[in-house]
Design a protein around this ligand. Structure first.
Ligand code: ADP
Ligand code: MG
Length: 280
């Protein structure tokens, strides 16, 4: 497998490394998912992690969020071993939107979003104006103001996903880790949410998203990390990374890669396996 580490030479978009996985072995119980895994996320970048089902994308994201600790190697957050931080300190620097979350029964939108403020509270430091403001900004940015008193259970899938995003936004972290944030949404709501992440990115947040839709990944991310079987196959800018050869190697898909007619970013069009010579 080719290990192309060109993305890590420091000439790419973005500033200093905010998050780094260094030579990590990542396991569940006795099952090893990744070995000698190294990944770097630079400040201010929008990184998409792509790869086939089960290749270890969520596992990597959980390691970046300290939900999972590597058994060998380390994860470095802002220059320090992530395991050396207090939990609240990690939660003020990075937030994770997991692949699926269950809201507590009977909770209202504004109350769930308010839970994003937990890292700022303590026994002595209760709810403050800054917490109220952060929740208000998050509800506004996600278009949930008018739904703030509604029960989360009673919302549509798209609205509910926005509530989780709002909770993450209220957490007000410079780094956002998103695991398949648009899965199960219709196409319009997918793009609406991706635009919202792009706005967050424009305002300086560092974003790492696991995405299934490669065309979306190429549109919104400035860096791609391509994984297969627990390894990083390659990484870099979408235009350099997405090629027919890579698609065949990683996904086993024969395809054309053409410029997206709207954004000119690479766009993947599968060939017809019944008529492999088309379009000639
Ligand atoms: P992806 O997000 O790329 O689809 P995951 O990171 O979720 O893949 O999973 C990588 C591998 O780890 C898969 O083989 C999956 O079955 C396994 N795995 C995921 N979560 C667990 C877990 N909690 N315990 C054991 N194995 C797991
Ligand atoms: Mg996953």
């Amino acid at each position: 497998m080719v290990h192309d580490l060109n993305g890590f030479d420091g000439v790419k978009a973005g500033g200093q490394a905010r998050l780094r996985v260094e030579n990590a072995t990542i396991c569940y119980e006795k099952r090893t998912i990744s070995e000698a895994l190294s990944v770097e996320i630079r400040d201010g970048t929008f990184t998409a992690i792509i790869g086939p089902n089960g290749c270890g994308k969520s596992t990597l994201l959980r390691s970046l969020a300290r939900v999972l600790r590597p058994s060998v190697g380390e994860v470095v957050l802002d220059g320090k071993d992530i395991s050396s931080y207090r939990s609240k300190e990690v939660a003020r620097r990075l937030g994770l939107l997991p692949q699926s979350s269950l809201a507590p029964d009977g909770i209202r939108v504004a109350d769930l979003v308010a839970r994003g403020r937990a890292p700022y509270q303590s026994l002595f430091q209760q709810w403050r104006k800054s917490d109220e403001d952060a929740v208000s900004v998050a509800l506004e940015a996600t278009g949930l103001k008018s739904l703030s008193d509604r029960l989360v259970d009673e919302l549509s899938g798209g609205q509910r996903q926005r509530v989780w995003v709002a909770m993450l936004l209220a957490q007000d972290t410079p780094i956002m880790l998103l695991d398949e944030p648009t899965t199960f949404l219709d196409i319009a709501h997918q793009y609406e949410l991706m635009e919202l992440f792009r706005d967050f990115h424009d305002r300086g947040k560092t974003i790492v998203a696991v995405l299934h839709d490669l065309n979306q990944a190429a549109r919104y991310a400035d860096q791609l990390i391509v994984m297969r079987e627990g390894e990083v196959v390659t990484s870099g800018e979408p235009a350099d990374v997405i090629t027919p050869d890579l698609m065949e190697r990683v996904f086993g898909l024969r395809c054309l890669v053409i410029p997206d007619p709207v954004t000119h970013t690479p766009s993947v069009v599968p060939l017809d396996p019944r008529n492999p010579r088309s379009p000639g």
